[in-house]
Write a new protein. Structure first.
Lengths: 443, 326
């Protein structure tokens, strides 16, 4: 019996169309737009102005508080302007526009592909350099990694969990990274373990990636303390709380962080970024992005510079199919539909999914038939049908009692509802309102 | 590209292939064996009753929605079809057409649409129709046609539960009551009764199909059946001359039909497994109490309707197991 999390979950068609496509380096774009808020926390403060020359890897916006992070230029060239433009949220966000000229990297970056195994820095230094390198959770949540590595007072980390689950349908970026950069990821894991001062790490991988499981198991033989756990394919296993539960059986209490049960979760992509930052002096300015969809000519995995417009990725994957109805940044379950192809790749962009016209429309909403499917698939043990009604009717005190804030917005309820009810839409609305009420109470 | 607009909507962007209509049709498929059996034993009359009930339920829903409520009719979702078949299952095969139509009006009009249509009804519509008819037309509703397979030469026949009730009322020891069927006949459906309730085994097949297709959960039917079996078993062990063998309670009357098809109705049963068990136990206790001590020989319809009324309360107090404690 393979392990999985204990409550709920769904298994949408996997559609991993690009799983056999090697990671290709995408050609440099003509210009980039790098938002200063690509992470959870305070936006970074721009350090450059119009006309400035920048190099690849240069800090162009500085971390503005503890929960914030640096932003580095992903290209070399001239700053065109510091202005607002839409990111994947659809809202205009401040960012830096750079016209690309050549590809000149900062001198200290080691551009060779040689594997550097030896760890020559201590834990505190690792945390500091992760912070300087602008590393955030690359699974999509984009929480600054250095913050996770420093537990709050009175709490102690015991276990590092590496998230290689990639439970979103279609996405294969993490899968490819595990296959092609396994050695680097293993070093990255050891760096994270050293930074956290733990001697145990577990890599969780779903069983639909047997090649990655086998390869990393092989690598673990020479890596004391690190092991691989194969997990049953079940969405949303990549959720922090679900992964901890699947691997350790522990439940993160309502409202608490994973550290409350002694765990810190990092994505495989993050582990790779940590390797590059410490061993290669290379800050986070590029990432692997899956470009996929049923109508896409050449589903691909690209290594992309942050700030590259979506249009460049789509072009490289064979162009925009005529019947495209929706473009999603991320996977189909939790990704964001973007309004145009100008939206840039940011640190959290794991994939670009093109959906055909007929896939992109929602079906007619019917009455709730109380089949309780939403309740049985909710991984948090909530009652989505009830939370939806409470959101719709704006009964926020009851919604709080029914633990609307526990919702992880995985979308399993809306996915499974036979009456096509927009459960998560109203739950999000209720969650937003209840969150605001809770914050105002604290003041 | 520039001329075309993209859809922007919140996640999730994919949907399962599940639909309300598919769920409803699975219920219909599950009822086909029992329906076929009733046509076999009661002849074309069974088909006549079923067709009238189905046509009436669909027509009434359509007419009320279109002309009275002025909303777009939802007859295509298949739920009116189910109510029609279930209503037919709950009446004798020789019921006059006009009584069936009155039953359909009660079921769809009062039981379903007055609450707001599919999903909003508190009570199982088919049972509302059935109980309405039972109270309004007690003679018609309890004059069962002869089961051709049972080989009894008569125009109307009593149900096993009816025979028992009558016998016990007159003080006859159970071993002396004439005409009680054998176990095999009860299991297969060679007994008298309402159209769709007679073959326990085919109803169970339907239930297994629905379990497999995830239309129902095991909690409701199993808790009803176990409760009835345990309570009637205890009484039977105390005095087998006054209290009948539990097999009679399980295999005759509407118990299987109720436990498998009526009590499991999603709309009117509780949401969580734990609440469903309590709901099932409640139905079991009320059913057996009415059968043993009440005025009616059969009580599962009333039991389900009473527990339907308790369902919102169970949903309010019994919460699923939350992730992360408390």
């Amino acid at each position: 019996m393979l392990k999985t999390f204990k409550l709920g979950g769904v298994h949408p068609p996997e559609n991993k169309l690009s799983k056999n496509q090697k990671i290709e380096t995408l050609a440099l774009p003509k210009s980039v737009f790098i938002p200063v808020a690509m992470h959870i926390g305070a936006p970074a403060t721009p350090l450059v102005k119009k006309g400035d020359k920048v190099k690849v890897g240069q800090v162009i916006a500085q971390s503005s508080s503890f929960v914030s992070t640096n932003i580095h230029s992903s290209v070399s060239g001239t700053v065109k302007k510091v202005d607002f433009s839409a990111d994947s949220s659809g809202y205009p966000k401040q960012g830096i526009f750079i016209d690309v000229e050549g590809d000149e990297w900062m001198d200290e970056i080691d551009r060779t592909t040689d594997l550097v195994k030896e760890i020559s820095v201590d834990g505190a230094e690792i945390v500091k350099r992760i912070q300087d390198a602008g590393i955030v959770g690359l699974g999509g949540a984009t929480f600054p990694t250095h913050v996770k590595l420093v537990p709050p007072k009175g709490m102690k980390a015991e276990l590092l969990l590496i998230n290689g689950v990639e439970c979103e349908p279609y996405l294969t970026a993490d899968h490819r990274l595990m296959l092609e950069k396994a050695d680097e990821i293993m070093v990255g894991i050891q760096l994270l373990m050293k930074a956290m001062n733990v001697d145990k790490a577990v890599i969780g991988i779903e069983n639909n990636k047997p090649d990655a499981i086998q390869l990393l198991k092989e690598k673990c033989k020479t890596c004391p303390g690190v092991s691989v756990v194969a997990l049953k394919v079940q969405y949303p296993q990549g959720g922090e709380k679900q992964l901890i539960n699947a691997v350790t059986g522990r439940e993160v209490p309502s409202g608490a962080l994973p550290i409350a049960v002694g765990a810190v979760v990092s994505n495989v992509g993050t582990a790779f970024a940590v390797y590059e930052a410490i061993q290669k002096n290379k800050p986070l300015f590029e990432r692997v992005v899956t470009v996929t969809g049923k109508g896409v000519l050449k589903p691909s995995n690209f290594l992309v510079r942050i700030g590259t417009p979506t249009s460049e990725l789509v072009e490289a994957a064979g162009g925009l199919p005529d019947d495209t109805g929706k473009i999603i940044s991320g996977g189909p379950m939790m990704g964001k539909a973007i309004p145009s192809l100008d939206v840039p790749v940011t640190k959290g962009t794991s994939g670009i999914l093109l959906m055909r016209e007929e896939e992109s429309k929602r079906k007619e909403v019917l009455n709730c038939i109380r089949c309780s499917r939403c309740t049985s698939v909710c991984p948090m043990g909530l009652e989505p049908y009830l939370l939806m009604t409470l959101g719709e009717k704006q009964i926020f005190d009851r919604a709080e009692q029914e633990r609307v804030m526990d919702c992880i917005e995985c979308g399993s309820c809306s996915y499974t509802c036979p009456s096509n009810r927009p459960l998560l839409d109203y739950i999000r609305f209720g969650k937003g309102k209840v969150g605001a009420i809770i914050r105002s109470r604290k003041k | 590209m520039s001329s075309r607009l993209l859809t922007v909507s919140p996640s999730p962007h994919v949907h399962s292939s599940e639909s309300t209509q598919k769920i409803m049709y699975r219920v219909v498929y599950a009822m086909i064996p029992a329906l076929a059996w009733s046509v076999f034993v009661f002849g074309w009359d069974a088909l006549r009753v079923t067709l009238i009930a189905v046509a009436a339920c669909i027509a009434i829903e359509y007419l009320i929605q279109k002309y009275l409520l002025k909303v777009s009719p939802t007859v295509s979702d298949g739920s009116a079809l189910i109510t029609g078949i279930l209503l037919a299952f709950n009446v004798p095969a020789n019921l006059p057409w006009w009584i069936i139509i009155i039953g359909a009006i009660a079921a769809m009009g009062i039981g379903k649409l007055s609450f707001g249509g599919i999903g909003n009804n508190v009570f199982n519509p088919a049972l509302v129709g059935r109980v309405f008819l039972l109270i309004s037309f007690p003679v018609h509703m309890t004059s069962w046609p002869v089961n051709h397979q049972a080989g009894i030469d008569a125009i109307t026949a009593a149900t096993p539960l009816g025979l028992l009730k009558e016998g016990i009322k007159n003080g006859t020891p159970i071993s002396d009551i004439a005409g009680l069927p054998h176990l095999n006949d009860m299991l297969l459906g060679n007994i008298g009764g309402s159209l769709g309730e007679i073959s326990a085994i085919l109803l169970i097949f339907g239930g297994i199909y629905m379990l497999w297709k995830k239309v129902i959960t095991w909690q409701v039917p199993v808790s009803i059946i176990l409760t009835v079996a345990i309570i009637s078993g205890i009484f039977w062990m105390i005095n087998p001359e006054v209290y009948v063998n539990p097999a009679y309670h399980l295999l005759t009357g509407g118990l299987m039909l109720g436990a498998v098809f009526m009590a499991t109705d999603m709309v009117t049963s509780p949401m969580t497994g734990k609440a469903q068990v309590i709901y099932g136990i409640g139905i079991g206790i009320i059913t057996i109490s009415i059968r043993m001590f009440g005025a009616y020989p059969e009580g599962i319809s009333f039991a389900i309707l009473i527990m339907n009324a308790v369902t919102p309360l169970l949903n309010y107090y019994i919460k699923p197991k939350r992730f992360g404690g408390k």
